[in-house]
Design a protein around this ligand. Structure first.
Ligand SMILES: C[S@@+](CC[C@H](N)C(=O)[O-])C[C@H]1O[C@@H](n2cnc3c(N)ncnc32)[C@H](O)[C@@H]1O
Length: 413
């Protein structure tokens, strides 16, 4: 497969939209595989200025690219395990609940926060199969034509789209388009998506709540990189408010893009509605990472100010909280919402010290490297591995308190 990258061309669209076509027609048929169009577009626009703040804030976010030992592709079996747990339900729900237009010649699927690696291809393949089945089951047509399917792979501009496009399954039955940009803003034209999917992505906020990095605020998160809903209540409240704001933007913009009767399936990292105080700090591993940074600051390897101004924009919602936000938005009906039971979690969650450190590194290194400099990252994760190795807590599957929600939404008419 050969990738041809065209020079960046800007051309104005309508009054206020600009479409930057960055990469065009990229796969050649050297190996005898079907030829597919691969293109990327970035939509940005004046009339969407309400989301411009969010669009710029997420710029630093991306999982580790490539396919090396520290890549997300090699360290995302945990997330994949949850997709496997949702797969059959997802398929059945699409076949049962997706409204289709039998005369339509095209069908668009968007994977929001696709990252790189096998997870997105598996999810997309499953959705494509279900959509094909859905069209075949449409009553009243002898041989319904399957529409041409386009998949829009969305992630932030820093995502490794080259690896994503280079490794697309050669026998796929869809056109692939990379769509860089923040899903906390408009990504696609109005009513242009029939099926949206997002897995393990909306737990990432559009950015850290401003007040947690503001030393004049009561929510200033000094000496820590995350929230704790007991000891750092004001910080926690700032994260809760940020999530509510982000979800409103996410749902509002998706409501504009998804056609009525279209579906949106979400896999969302969460915590139980009720947790005893002793385990309220679900993000304890992130606390460990924070404590390594504090140690490094004490030893003069980084500054205290750097630690005080760094926070992870990661938030674990609760089922009831998410449900209320969806209802408040009012554009989607909740067709299904349940806690996924991943019977294989003890296998997919990395339980060796080394693998666990690589797992956490794959999703945090980008943000850490940008803030502290990439030269500290090896040292930081060496320290991290040593700290979790001497504790009996972190590597016990029963102590892992986060859960994964499966949510199926339908765009109301
Ligand atoms: C944990 S990965 C999940 C990847 C894949 N969906 C999976 O299930 O394995 C989260 C992805 O969401 C992306 N992401 C986070 N915030 C985003 C945003 N505002 N817009 C688009 N992508 C975002 C990250 O860059 C990352 O690739």
């Amino acid at each position: 497969m050969v990738c041809l990258v065209s020079p960046l061309i800007n051309f104005p669209r309508k009054n206020h939209e600009r479409c930057h076509r960055v990469l065009l027609l990229a796969s050649s048929d050297l190996s005898g595989h079907r030829l597919h169009q691969v293109s990327t577009r970035i939509y940005s626009s004046g009339n969407l200025s309400c989301d411009a703040d969010e669009q710029t804030r997420v710029v630093g976010m991306a999982m580790n690219g490539g396919d090396g030992p520290h890549s997300y592709a090699e360290n995302s079996a945990y997330q994949r395990g949850y997709f496997e747990a949702a797969k059959e339900v997802l398929k059945d729900e699409i076949v049962a609940k997706l409204d289709v237009n039998p005369t339509s010649t095209w069908f668009r699927i968007a994977d929001l926060g696709c990252s790189t690696g096998p997870n997105t291809y598996l999810a997309v393949e499953t959705i494509v199969e279900a959509v094909e089945q859905r069209f075949k089951s449409e009553p009243g047509l002898d041989s319904p034509p399957t529409p041409e399917i386009e998949v829009l792979f969305n992630d932030t501009p820093l995502n490794d789209f080259n690896t994503l496009l280079r490794c697309l399954p050669p026998e796929r039955r869809y056109y692939a388009t990379a769509a860089p940009g923040s899903f906390y803003g408009r990504l696609f034209p109005k009513a242009s998506i029939q099926m949206a999917y997002s897995s393990c992505s909306i737990c990432w906020l559009s950015g850290i709540p401003k007040e947690v990095a503001d030393e004049t605020s009561p929510a200033w998160n000094r000496g820590s990189i995350h929230y704790d809903n007991v000891a750092r209540k004001r910080v926690f409240e700032a994260y809760v408010a940020q999530f509510a704001k982000d979800m409103e933007v996410f749902l509002r913009t998706r409501a504009e893009e998804v056609v009525s009767g279209g579906l949106m399936a979400l896999l969302v990292a969460a915590v139980p509605d009720i947790m005893p105080d002793s385990v309220t700090t679900v993000a304890t591993e992130i606390e460990v990472l924070g404590s390594c940074l504090v140690d490094m600051a004490k030893q003069g390897m980084i500054s205290e100010e750097q630690v005080d101004t760094f926070n992870l924009p990661l938030y674990y919602t609760r089922p009831e909280e998410l449900k209320e936000l969806i209802i408040r938005n009012g554009s989607f009906s909740i067709e299904r919402m349940e806690i996924l039971n991943n019977k294989k979690e003890h296998v997919t969650m990395p339980m060796s010290v080394e693998r666990r450190a690589m797992f956490v590194r794959a999703f945090t290194e980008g943000l850490l490297g940008q803030h502290f400099g990439s030269s500290i990252v090896d040292e930081l994760f060496d320290r991290y591995a040593k700290k979790i190795a001497i504790s009996s807590f972190y590597l016990k599957p029963d102590n892992h308190k986060t859960l994964m929600l499966f949510v199926l939404l339908k765009r109301m008419k």
